[in-house]
Design a protein around this ligand. Sequence first.
Ligand code: ZN
Length: 438
Amino acid sequence: MTLRFEDLNKHLNSLEIGQEMFQLIKELYPICRSMTGNGIRDTLHLIQRHVSLDIHEVPSGTNVFDWTVPKEWNIRDAYIKDEKGEKIVDFKKSNLHVVSYSVPVNKKMSLTELKQHIFTLPDHPDWIPYRTAYYEESWGFCLAHKQLLELTDGEYEVYIDSSLNNGHLTYGEYYIRGDEMDEVLISCHTCHPSLCNDNLSGIALTTFLAKYLSHLSLRYSYRFLFIPATIGSITWLCLNEPLVSRIKHGLVVACVGDSGNITYKKSRQGSAEIDGAISHVLQHSQSSYSIIDFYPYGYDDRQYCSPAFNLPIGCLMRTQHGHFPEYHTSEDNLEFVKIPCLADSFTKCLSALYIIENNKRYINLNPKCEPQLGKRGLYHSMGIPRQDMDAQIALLWVLNLSDGKHNLLDIAEKSGLSFYPIQKATDSLLRCNLLKEA
Ligand code: ZN
């Protein structure tokens, strides 16, 4: 099967895909993920039910550019008990309660001492924050501010059964071989615990995109990375440097399930083909959106777009990270992500890849004045339905700009038409031998 819009419309039930994405999010939600450890392995094993990704293990201590692969963190249990021996905070009820990478603790302490290790959100007294202590050996608990205010003086038993040992950094990789060795890279971060939009939504979109594309015949090869943020992309880039030059287009996918509008953060290059393709899809969609320039913080695009690599990789989100109050809190839960929004993000992503797949340059084989379209069955008199009118005008645009310099997306942009009629016109002209691929 070739990847075509017709096929997308005919065979793609986007709402069904949205439901499947949500189902995967629901399965992954309870798992305590972190930068390393069994949570990531369990996550990748669940994804393997959909796509047969490879799981890579990189030993702690491996030097990757200016960084070192950290020790592996695992946690089995954690709680705070009050003087009566009652568990007032329980990791088993929410894995957000423990600061990620907390070292083991088993001691009794006063409320004053305990408070130095407690994080809350006074502005949202019912919510539990998400905190990490990746590169410092410390420990902490996160709880609702309301609960902190209710704690009375006394002795508390604090217990964290975790381990921080030499082990591995774990990541998942799925590769689809296309006709060309040139690649499209799709990357998502897998290191957050029970948080849905950031980034189980991105994991679900990447998984189902991989699953969907694996059934199609493709021009480009595709590589899907399921990696812990920052150290994961640094590690992958360092260990796979010879492959990097193959990457011609790419997307980092995060926060794609909330009900906000799509935000697209452009690649550092700013006018890469992927930037044009996503902009085009958004311009011709019926919904509001925003497109923002690259800036050097955020997700793994900051590594892919570091100056030595400067890859044509943008970041697809709905509401930007940090711009929604639920960000990095217990409210980024299963209610916060919406099936139609997951489906919409999926469809827009796929539409942009459709453009990338089909965006070629052609040469007009009859460039001396316009060819006579009527004798080839391509001319319709005026006064025809709008859609046919667009098709007619698309033929003229493709003929005029198929000079080997403009690709189909350039032609679509110049004509103000969407990519699809331009591509359809190209197909008709190819069938009549009026065009050839440049
Ligand atoms: Zn995050």
